[in-house]
Design a protein around this ligand. Structure first.
Ligand SMILES: Cc1cc2nc3c(=O)[nH]c(=O)nc-3n(C[C@H](O)[C@H](O)[C@H](O)COP(=O)(O)OP(=O)(O)OC[C@H]3O[C@@H](n4cnc5c(N)ncnc54)[C@H](O)[C@@H]3O)c2cc1C
Length: 475
């Protein structure tokens, strides 16, 4: 006999009768598991080891019917409900304490249609899994730079990576989605059906329902691209960042170049004496004709005197996984992020100051390169509003031992605060940690917030989907 007690957000508890749980279990195609049972620890363990939450029960969904059952149980019994796709979100909202966790990771189907260049993808799929299927046909859609990330959460927040300047955000390539609403009904969202819902899920996160299938547009990419790293000593960072900003502001859409500033990991192509020293890395990918690519990256190659240049033809699938070894799950992580239209000298000086005192060897500062096709979409065309942003800085604080929590989060917060006057005030919702609820309205959504909160009132008036960067329903 199983004894399970759910905790409601209002302090109430609910201990369902054992036959209720047995009946629920028998209705599922997937599994229902409790603390101590197989699958429970696996489901609740997510990428960010700072998050250690314990749901009362987990439904590991095998399909849409399981999702509908989970949503109905959570709504009818007023349970806190959390949704897990790939489990990578820094805020850790995939898991909840005392509630019902809906784990979508078993939903792994990817179906590529090479003739229409489209893909149907279930919400437990990772970026690597999607890429591997699509690249078998020389196709891809824009995804992020860490291949173990979930397609679902990435898409619902916006999604950008190495080919976004050419093909737009992930949401710009979303054709349609199947969504289980708070009332338990399955609907289709597309430009022709439930178009307001389709607008909201393209950036509005998990606020509007549980997506059980994503349909994407694909583009010819690779299978080889011109990509790799140019590694510089950090002592020359000011001139390099000034040169970088000049070159990339006129770069073709085929080229993306991100900056990574960190202590050098022991990569085989770096001399031993550089390991553990601060470096500035230009990480780049050119997705078009390789000869044109060599010409496009030449001005980046001409900057400074690098320690190593390992840019060359490389399989796209491999490049999509290039940063995985530095971003493995199980470490403690805390992020702070700012958007920029321009990287001014004052912002550059602050980056240099704070990279000069990184609180742990695994911390890094990323500057993601946007613009191009992403910025040719009007700011109100999708819920994701930041269509004038050219650079996204992610202060990626990462360490292993809880005794370093204060030093690491303190460094990130101070850096973030000092950088604020030089940034737009906007933030990519998928880079927000759990303590930034105050940034959701203005920072994450700005002018799109009001419409989002009206649609929240239409599609989820009881705020069942609140374990997220929450948009409360308009009253
Ligand atoms: C190392 C690393 C690198 C990253 N790099 C990039 C990058 O290059 N580009 C980029 O755009 N982002 C990047 N991200 C951010 C990433 O997009 C977000 O963390 C995203 O939320 C991860 O999705 P997930 O499914 O893995 O996460 P989860 O934690 O499983 O989900 C995040 C939230 O999304 C919602 N959700 C998930 N699945 C569903 C669903 N099917 N239906 C409804 N709601 C759902 C839930 O509210 C959940 O709390 C990176 C993250 C990490 C950790």
């Amino acid at each position: 006999m199983t004894n399970v007690t759910f905790e409601g957000s209002d302090g109430a508890t609910w201990a369902p009768a054992p036959d209720f749980l047995d009946s629920l279990r028998s209705q599922l195609r997937g599994t229902l598991c409790y603390p101590g049972e197989p699958g429970y620890e696996q489901a609740r363990t997510i990428w960010n080891a700072m998050i250690d939450k314990r749901p009362a029960a987990v439904i590991r969904a095998a399909g849409t019917a399981d999702v509908m059952r989970a949503v109905n149980v959570a709504r009818e019994h007023q349970l806190l409900l959390s949704i897990r796709g790939g489990g990578h979100n820094i805020a850790g909202n995939a898991v909840c304490d005392g509630g019902l966790m809906l784990d979508l990771t078993p939903m792994k189907s990817v179906r590529i249609d090479p003739s229409s260049r489209t893909a149907r993808v279930e919400p437990g799929v990772t970026l690597a899994e999607f890429d591997k299927e699509a690249q078998a046909f020389g196709l891809a859609t824009p995804l992020g730079i860490n291949s173990t990330t979930g397609v679902a959460g990435l898409t619902l927040g916006g999604g950008f990576g190495w080919v976004s300047r050419k093909f737009g955000l992930t949401v710009d390539n979303l054709i349609s989605a199947d969504v289980v609403l708070a009332k338990g009904a399955l609907v289709h969202a597309s430009p022709k059906e439930n178009e307001d819902l389709f607008w909201a899920i393209r950036g509005g996160g998990g606020n509007f329902g549980v997506v059980t299938s994503f349909e994407y547009r694909l583009h010819p990419v690779g299978p080889e691209v011109l990509a790799g790293l140019i590694v510089h000593p950090f002592s020359n960072a000011r001139q390099l960042l000034q040169g970088y900003r000049r070159v990339v502001m006129s770069a073709p859409d085929d080229l993306s170049c991100w900056v990574v500033m960190r202590k050098a990991p022991p990569l085989p192509f770096l001399p031993n004496e550089i390991h553990g020293k601060e470096v500035l890395v230009l990480a780049m990918c050119y997705v078009g004709d390789p000869e044109k690519g060599q010409r496009a990256i030449a001005p980046l190659r001409a900057l400074g005197q690098p320690i190593a240049d390992v840019v060359g033809p490389t399989p796209f699938v491999g490049w999509q996984q290039a940063f995985d070894p530095l971003l493995t799950p199980g470490q403690r992580n805390y992020w702070k992020s700012h958007d920029f239209i321009e990287l001014g000298d004052a912002a550059i000086d602050l980056m240099i100051e704070y990279v000069g005192r990184l609180p742990s060897p695994a911390c890094e500062v990323f500057v993601g390169h946007l613009g191009g096709a992403v910025n040719r979409v009007p700011a109100t065309a999708t819920a994701y509003p930041h269509r004038d942003v050219n650079f996204v800085m992610n202060v990626h604080t990462r360490w292993g031992d809880a005794s370093q929590d204060q030093a690491c989060t303190g460094w990130a917060r101070e850096f973030f605060d000092r950088m604020a006057p030089h940034a737009t005030g906007g933030v990519y919702v998928n880079f927000m940690p759990e303590d930034e609820a105050q940034r959701v309205r203005q920072g994450a959504y700005g002018a799109n917030y009001e419409r989002l909160s009206m649609l929240k009132a239409k599609y989820d008036p009881g705020n069942l989907f609140r374990q997220n960067q929450n948009i409360p329903p308009a009253r």
